[in-house]
Design a protein around this ligand. Structure first.
Ligand code: FA5
Length: 350
């Protein structure tokens, strides 16, 4: 091997072993491998050699270049690890047994009632299903027996995306997918469909003490042979008595929704004013809480279920309004206010 190369290789090894930080190492890299570095200079000088000399010398210089590159990489790794270890060692020790000086967070009242409803329905054999907030016109309306230009759409104006999708105006938007997903199992094994699907809903409408443009609902469906209105009433009553744990006045009146037949409005006596009438219930003494009904045959059929053989009920509980009633929140807008002072006072009573 060429003597100049041997001495350069020894020099590289010695200098590298003496390097103690990454800045120094980079200067060394520039000194050997940079544009004006000594190894680069050797490569450049090869043009003055004869073809025969260039062949042997070139191979040796390239070997030296590879050797130097590899040693520098090893050193980068070694120094990097040392620096991390030093940083860790310099960190102040944290005593995890010291009591925290921060206040604990709390659950939002809507989360509290949602969880409570989920527990109630889970104990009655219902599955809890999550569903996207962005849906198609088909999911939100068409599959629910609400064709284009149907007047029922006026009640649920929402926010549309450029691609034609929309922010769901009600949790019923998940019905079709759930009927399709679990309907097969129902028909093959006879296992009834029992599911709830809580979720955020959006409506392009003016806000007041009991209306928000963003609110939560919790949909529920049950489909099997011989499901009737009595089953629906049983589950509604159980849910309300478990949530409120006291007697509350409810009323069931006819209601129109194209995806149920017959359809009902389930109202509760306003717990803010005791039924006297106040802004929270629009002075009526009653609050619309949970519309419901027997799933329309067209909706079952669209979900792949034979309405001649199976029947089912569906309900759409207003979770945000339920939180208002349960926790005595007079104005629904307070629930979206983000005021920690207002929202942190509620606790789970389970
Ligand atoms: C519906 O959304 C139907 N999808 C419910 C349904 C499901 C009917 C299954 C039959 C079978 P409605 O628009 O009435 O219906 O809303 C249902 C509940 O959501 C209302 O009773 C109310 O409690 C709540 N709600 C509706 N709009 C708002 C709003 N802007 N702000 C707060 N809560 C609302």
């Amino acid at each position: 091997m060429n003597e100049q190369i041997i001495s350069l290789q020894t020099e590289v090894s010695e200098k590298l072993s003496a390097v103690t930080d990454l800045t120094e190492l980079d200067s060394l890299r520039v000194a050997y491998l940079g544009k004006k570095g000594s190894i680069t200079a050797l490569l450049k000088g090869m043009k003055d050699l004869s073809a025969e000399e260039r062949k042997t010398f070139g191979a040796e210089v390239n070997q030296l270049k590879e050797f130097t590159t590899q040693k520098i990489e090893e050193k980068v790794k070694e120094l990097g690890e040392k620096e991390i270890a030093a940083e860790i060692a310099a960190m102040p020790l944290i005593d995890i047994t010291t009591p925290s000086s921060c206040e604990c967070g709390s659950y939002h009242p809507i989360t509290l009632v949602q969880r409570q409803c989920e527990t109630i329905f889970k104990t009655m054999g219902f599955a809890v299903i999550d569903y996207p907030e962005i849906v198609t016109d088909y999911e939100c309306f068409e599959a629910l027996n609400i064709p284009k230009h149907h007047p029922a759409r006026d009640m649920q104006d929402t926010y549309y995306l450029d691609n034609g999708q929309l922010l769901k105006s009600h949790t019923s938007a998940a019905q079709n997918a759930i009927l399709k997903k679990y309907g097969k199992e129902l028909m093959e094994t006879g296992k009834p469909i029992k599911a709830i699907f809580p979720g955020r809903c959006f409506r392009n409408e003016a806000t007041d003490a009991c209306h928000e443009n963003t609110f939560f609902q919790m949909e529920g469906v049950m489909v099997d042979k011989d499901i009737s209105i009595s089953n629906l009433i049983y589950f509604m009553k159980t849910m309300l008595s478990e949530v409120f744990r006291k007697d509350i006045k409810v009323r069931l009146r006819p209601g129109f929704f194209p995806f149920v037949e017959p359809g009902f409005e389930l109202d509760i006596s306003c717990l803010i004013c005791g039924g006297e009438g106040c802004p929270s219930c629009k002075q009526s003494g009653w609050l619309e809480l949970c519309p419901c009904g027997m799933i329309h045959p067209n909706v079952l059929r669209e979900g792949g279920i034979d309405p001649e053989e199976y029947t089912g009920f569906a309900f759409g509980l207003g979770l945000t309004r339920l939180a208002m009633m349960k926790y005595g929140v007079k104005d629904i807008r307070n629930l979206n206010s983000g005021s920690l002072k207002a929202l942190s006072q509620f606790t789970d009573d389970e």
